[in-house]
Design a protein around this ligand. Structure first.
Ligand code: ATP
Length: 140
């Protein structure tokens, strides 16, 4: 089975979407191997999103990601990476509300920044992101 890192971002946690999202996760056939609530500081958030460090929205992204706690989960199922990305919908939540109304970002996101959830986009990033948050990436 494949693993991916899912995150409920600060707007999702503060907006009280954690339970609703957890229900979608389980109803969609994922098992939640690990789960942790954590407050990212500027350094950790900048490392997590280092691929975007040259983007114009980077400082705003870091402010958003450090504005409150996030809930990170290791999800497991066949095809977990692609299936979770499909379930969360497109990056811009305001567009997701129109084009993917049943997606998680349509349910709890606002716009291209405040999109309430994250999902690893490849096997390589899943491994990196799982070990970013959890010591033992192999045990469930
Ligand atoms: P994530 O990596 O969080 O799952 P994603 O892969 O859909 O999201 P990326 O392009 O990797 O999107 O961007 C990472 C995050 O940066 C987005 O989830 C969003 O919070 C923020 N972001 C992306 N594009 C913009 C933008 N144009 N303006 C503001 N914030 C943005």
């Amino acid at each position: 089975k494949e693993r991916t890192l899912a995150m409920i971002k600060p707007d999702g946690v503060v907006g009280n979407y954690s339970e609703a999202i957890r229900k979608v996760v389980v109803d969609s056939g994922f098992s939640i191997c690990k789960e942790m609530t954590i407050q990212l500081d500027e350094d950790r958030a900048s490392i997590f999103y280092s691929e975007h460090s040259s983007k114009s929205f980077f400082s705003s992204l870091i402010r958003y990601m450090t504005s409150g706690p996030v809930l990170v989960m290791v999800l497991e199922k066949d095809n977990a990476i692609t299936d979770w990305r499909t379930l969360i919908g497109p990056t811009d939540a305001s567009k997701a509300k129109i084009t993917h109304p049943h997606s998680i970002r349509a349910m709890c996101g606002q716009d291209s920044q405040r999109n309430c959830v994250h999902g690893s986009d490849s096997l390589q990033s899943a491994e990196r992101e799982i070990s970013f948050f959890f010591d033992d990436k192999y045990s469930c």
